[in-house]
Design a binder for this molecule. Structure first.
Ligand code: F0G
Length: 461
């Protein structure tokens, strides 16, 4: 193995005990959970890789900030601290806190979309896709073709397909209410978007008069990849890279539960404070989230958010963070286990279609692998494939996803090198007996939208 683990740029001051159930207990728990990993109790998971969202370890400084939070209903000191940090880092005039990413989507998307409209993205995350559909519009994914080949190692596989975007803009014009640039591209495997691609996408949007929103959940990890892989940025600071990235958008929506290293929080930004959107955003926010200086968060959460914004863009931290992904990916390379490669920013997306080539998309190979990993070592992961994608909203038919990934999302500053080794060993064990897993799963109950959170499944005999 050619990769060296990068030592943590922090030391541990507080611990949280975890325990592993026996295999028999795990088999019983997943059966009781109707084979849906969202139904498991957190304490029944030895290593919880369901998501990197809100599962991060805050620092001593962030915890100290919590004690200093100002709980004023309007005009809290903590809000102004957050506003200053947001303006400083992103260069946007208007910064609106919200309680998490999907709240920002709920506030913004109906202002730009509605019945008959379309929205195009390098790839929508599932809640963003849901908010496009809830507004009455329809989502179109427009990622570069290389993203769809997990074995093809290319930089910036999260990029927008510019030729396809331009032909969509030509064909539909202003019927496209919004272009969404997701950085990093979560659904494509945490793959980054290059600065060049962000610049060119924004130029196309301006040419056709369509606004661009940055879905910025993992913007700091994206900036690190720009520095690492786009030669003209190798000497630029992470902060300067972020400033330029955000100059290629009109608004941003952000789940701060990722790169801002907090357990709850989100933001919405508008680059130009003269935009009529600001007044509409404030109104929606007051209706759905709370007064616009707290946006559904406690003052203490605003404080942690303001501090976390700076910790999340520190280069030594980002090097260690991406280093964890590279280490885990290198162990899988040694074992011949396929994943979306090169590895992205917040996790390893294992190619379950390669692990179980005999299980078809409509028997959910990625969900099958997630269940096997839980049975194997108490590791909780999630399906980013046909099971998550769900049914066509117009025909009700099961959609066939471009990928069948089981995502090992790595929480920030939480797991050690030995935990990463345990993840790799578990995957190797499942691969050894992959032929014994003959069939996948069928859904016995599902809700109409975002079904994967709640559906019940059973193994196909
Ligand atoms: N956009 C992206 C790219 C996301 O990854 C997420 C959440 C959201 C928006 C919504 O943010 O959860 O704060 O409401 N992703 C999490 C995940 C849930 O597991 O990938 P939220």
């Amino acid at each position: 193995m050619a990769i060296k683990y990068i030592p943590e740029p922090f030391r541990i001051k507080m611990v949280e005990p975890i325990k592993m159930l026996t295999r028999q207990e795990r088999e019983q728990k997943i059966k009781e959970a109707k084979y849906n990993l969202f139904n498991l109790r957190g304490e029944d998971c030895y290593i919880d890789l369901l998501t990197d969202s809100g599962t991060n370890a805050m620092s001593d400084q962030m915890w100290a900030g919590i004690m200093g939070g100002d709980e004023a209903y309007a005009g809290s000191r903590s809000y102004y601290k957050l506003e200053d940090a947001g303006k400083d880092i992103f260069g946007y005039d208007y910064i609106q806190p919200v309680h998490q990413g999907r709240a920002a989507e709920k506030v913004l998307l109906p202002l730009l979309l509605g019945e008959g409209k379309l929205s195009v993205s390098n790839m929508f995350f599932d809640t963003t896709r849901a908010h496009v559909i809830l507004s009455g519009a329809r989502p179109i994914d427009c990622v570069v073709p290389e993203a769809k080949d997990p074995s093809k190692r290319a930089p910036f596989k999260g990029n927008m397909d510019l030729a396809k975007l331009e032909s969509l803009l030509k064909e539909h014009g202003r019927r496209i209410g919004l272009v969404v640039m997701t950085i990093t591209n979560n659904s494509a495997g945490g793959q980054p978007v290059s600065m060049k691609n962000m610049r060119e996408t924004y130029a196309l949007c301006q040419k056709y008069g369509v606004p661009l929103n940055i879905d910025a959940a993992r913007y700091a990890e994206n900036a690190y990849f720009v520095k690492r892989d786009e030669p003209e940025y190798k000497d630029a600071s992470i902060k300067d890279i972020i400033r330029e990235m955000f100059s290629y958008g009109d608004t941003f929506t952000m789940s701060a539960k990722k790169d801002t290293i907090v357990n709850i929080g989100g933001m919405l930004g508008v680059r130009d404070s003269a935009s009529p959107l600001v007044i509409q955003i404030k109104a929606n926010c007051i209706n759905y989230e709370g007064f616009y200086t707290y946006g559904g968060l406690a003052g203490r959460d605003l404080e942690a958010l303001a501090i976390g914004l700076y910790e999340g863009i520190e280069e030594s931290y980002l090097r260690y963070r991406i280093g964890q992904m590279e280490y885990l990916a290198a162990r899988l390379d040694d074992a011949g286990i396929a994943y979306q490669s090169p590895v992205g920013g917040h996790g390893v997306f294992v190619d379950a279609a390669q692990m179980f080539p005999h299980i078809p998309y409509n028997e959910f190979p990625a969900q099958t692998l997630c269940i096997e990993l839980y049975k194997e070592a108490g590791i909780r992961t999630c399906d980013i494939g046909s099971y998550m994608l769900g049914n066509d909203p117009d025909t009700g038919r099961q959609l066939h996803a471009d990928f069948e990934f089981s995502r090992l999302a790595i929480p920030r500053r939480v797991y050690t090198q030995a935990h990463l080794d345990l993840m790799a060993d578990a995957l190797i064990e499942v691969k050894k007996r992959s032929q014994e897993v003959k069939r996948g799963y069928r859904i016995t109950w599902e809700p109409p939208i975002l079904r994967h959170f709640q559906a019940s499944l059973e193994p196909i005999k």
